[in-house]
Structures are given as C-alpha cells and as structure tokens.
Design a protein around this ligand. Structure first.
Ligand code: GUN
Length: 283
C-alpha cells in the first residue's frame, strides 16, 4: 500500500520556516516584501487560487496588493499596470493569474513582467536560467513544489526514470528540466505520444500534469512508483479530482500525492519562497 504525500503539511512546514525569514527581512530591511497579484475576469477556480495566495501572504508576513480587473479592460490597461508595477520600487513580485480571458495576449503580458519580479518564473529569461542551471533565476512554483514533494519521500532521483506526462511551459517542461538537474533519466509524454501506458509503466517517478480526470489508471503504473498528480479537475459529482485514479493507484504506488492537498499547497509555499528571493534582490 502506498503512502500519501501530505502536501498540505509539507507546505505548512515550509511556510513556518519562511515566516521566520520574512520576519528577518522585515527587521533588517525595514519593510515587508510586497507581492502584486493581478486577476482579470471572474473565473471561479482562479478566484480561489488568488484568494489562497493572498491568504498565504498574510500568513507569512508579505504585503499583498490585489488587482481584480473586469474582463472588459483593454490589453493596454493591463500592460500599463504591469509597467507601473515594474517601476514601483516597493513592489518585489508581480503575478498575473492565468488563464487570462481569451481576448488578452497573455504571452505579451508575461513578457512585460520584469524577470526580477517574475515570481511565477514564466518569463523567457527565467526559463532560460532554469535551462542553464543559473541559480539566480526565479523558477516556476509548481515544478519547484513537485521536486520538494519527491525529495520529502527520501528518494534520491539519481538514475531514476522520471516520466512527465504534459509539456506545458508552466509545469511539464520546467519540471522535466529540474528532474534532469537531479540526475533522473527523463521522458516527456504528451497528447501526441503513442501508447502512453508503455511509457508510464516504466516510470520510477511519474508526474502527471495534463488536466484530464483519471487519465492514469492502475494498469499504467509500475509497482512501487512515486506518483505526483498535478491535475485539478471535477469528477462526475463535482468533487475535485486529479489526473490519476487515486484510489486504484494508491495500493500500487510507493508514494502518491492526493488532490486536493498535494501539489496545490506546495505551489503556494514556493510562490512565497520566490517572493522572498525576489525581495532580497530588490533591496
Ligand atoms: N493558474 C494556475 N496556476 C497558476 C500559477 O501557478 N500561476 C499563475 N500566474 N496562474 C496560474
């Protein structure tokens, strides 16, 4: 029977440690770090994520500034806001909650964010830093959290076969690079992969970030695998569920993350860690 990786507890321990570091920052620098969070439109899931991020700021000692914009605002308004926040010395981090409503050019907005304030790690500069293993960059939060969850099991990734399902710029690609940095042998699968199960069955570590409920069934998982489920979906009854059939895979896995309470809380803890890193670079 697999063990459940308690992302909520691990994230909470991270936040406690970060809280002390934020307190030290506030004493030595004379101000709290500040994170600006921009949300456009009314997407209910995004509203929950943004609320959780702002709560985390309050919990650790970060000043948050929320910009909740109607989806009727112009692209140029959003661009001007990002430029203003880039130039505001008191703002350490800028986060634009994705997805933006379809009328917006999200890529252009992300590109505008000063890489030094890009706490999501989505900019080309920061993704380049990750590729080049330049530790000064800000790395994407969900992949950072995934690595910490894997390490929390005591597993050494060296020589392990890590299979990533999903190739997004936010999760799939950066987590593959991080797994590679930890000396795993990495395979990336995606929607065009032929015979997905033949790859997932070979995984010592399986990371699934697709957004398709119960895509990964028990027969697709190797006995003793570590399974990290990044998906957030709704099942037939409207309950949150991941990309992995949790109940069926649990007995086969050595460790598995639940949804909710797995990757999600760690993403937020890593956002706080990135905010501290950005703030330290802005004094
Ligand atoms: N939407 C879903 N996850 C994220 C995230 O980590 N950052 C941002 N900005 N938007 C998201």
């Amino acid at each position: 029977m697999g063990k459940i990786i308690d992302g909520k507890a691990i994230a909470s321990a991270w936040q406690e440690k970060l809280k002390e570091q934020f307190a030290y920052f506030a004493i030595t620098v004379g101000r709290k770090p500040k994170l600006a969070v921009i949300m456009v439109g009314e997407d209910p899931a995004s509203a929950i994520y943004v609320r959780n991020k702002i709560r985390a700021c309050e919990a650790v000692g970060v000043t948050s500034e929320a910009y909740k914009l109607a989806d009727s605002v112009e692209q140029s308004y959003l661009e001007d806001l990002v430029k203003k926040l880039n130039n505001d010395r008191a703002v350490d981090g800028i986060l634009v909650q994705l997805p933006l409503p379809p009328a917006f050019n999200a890529k252009k907005i992300i590109t505008l964010i000063d890489p030094k304030k890009d706490v999501d790690g989505f900019s080309a500069k920061n993704l380049g830093s990750l590729l080049l293993d330049d530790k000064k960059g800000l790395y994407s939060c969900t992949p950072l959290g995934i690595i910490q969850l894997i390490l929390s099991t005591g597993t050494d990734l060296t020589g392990k076969h890590a299979v990533v399902v999903g190739r997004s710029n936010e999760v799939g690609k950066p987590v593959a690079l991080m797994l590679l940095q930890h000396n795993a042998t990495v395979t990336i699968c995606h929607s065009k992969t032929k015979d997905l199960a033949s790859f997932t069955r070979e995984a010592d570590v399986l990371v699934v970030a697709v957004g398709q409920k119960k895509l990964i069934t028990a027969d697709m998982v190797k006995e003793g695998a570590i399974v990290i489920d990044v998906g957030i979906n709704r099942d037939e009854n409207g309950k949150l569920c991941g990309d992995v059939d949790f109940e069926a895979v649990l007995p086969k896995a050595s460790f598995i993350t639940p949804v909710p309470g797995g990757v999600g809380p760690m993403t937020i803890a890593m956002l706080m860690a990135n905010t501290l890193k950005a703030a330290k670079g802005n004094v």
